[in-house]
Design a protein. Structure first.
Length: 215
């Protein structure tokens, strides 16, 4: 498999973790998002949205959107299962994943931040307030659900890693980058620390990818 990604992409981070956990061999081609490589014609021919990840599996067309890619890997590849067998548990894991991937992450991606500043004249500090609100809103929802719902175990859904955990850790890593206070989210923190201790997650960490800053 071949994937287009970027070191700081939370969505690409999720997919890297899944492929590591499943033992899938892959090549990642890192685009320089700051230089605008995602908007060059050759990449827009791959993904008209101009976003990563974009995954190629054999000769087929590219797959985009991290949750769709995670489902594809789950349905076509062996290795560790990342969704529960029970339909209700599987739905809960997907619901928790979507809190991050559908409701939180889209609010703080670079294209949104840039649009707010360039088209509405939003000062950088106000933009950061908007960004931090997106983070804290998502974290509050996760903390409330994970700390009160019976399905929570060592990880988001029971004691096995699921898509929900891949999304949680992609959000958690961003808290350090943007200076989010994580003290109010002890359950999220506990699960994140358990995930970061896994070799498959550590290898996929944004700061361990080509082009990442030293810290």
């Amino acid at each position: 498999m071949k994937m287009y990604g970027n070191w700081r992409s939370a969505a690409a981070f999720r997919v890297r973790i899944a492929m590591n956990l499943k033992g899938i061999a892959y090549e990642e081609i890192f685009l320089d998002l700051d230089a605008g490589e995602q908007f060059k014609p050759d990449f827009l021919a791959i993904n008209p949205q101009g976003a990563v990840p974009a995954l190629f599996d054999g000769d087929g067309p590219p797959l985009t959107q991290s949750l769709a890619i995670l489902d594809y890997l789950e349905e076509t590849q062996g290795g560790m299962k990342l969704l529960p067998a029970d339909p209700r548990e599987r739905a809960r894991a997907r619901s928790l994943a979507q809190v991050v991937a559908c409701d939180t992450h889209p609010l703080y991606v670079p294209r949104v931040r840039t649009f707010l500043m360039e088209h509405y004249g939003l000062p950088r500090e106000k933009m950061l307030d908007f960004l931090r609100n997106a983070f804290t809103t998502g974290l509050k929802v996760l903390e409330k659900r994970l700390s009160t719902e019976a399905g929570t175990g060592r990880y988001c859904q029971g004691d096995a890693v699921s898509h929900a955990d891949l999304c949680l850790i992609s959000l958690w890593v961003g808290t350090g980058i943007f200076g989010i206070d994580t003290a109010p989210y002890p359950t999220v923190k506990r699960i994140a620390e358990a995930l970061l201790a896994l070799d498959a997650v550590a290898k996929a960490h944004p700061l361990r990818q080509p082009g990442a800053p030293a810290q």
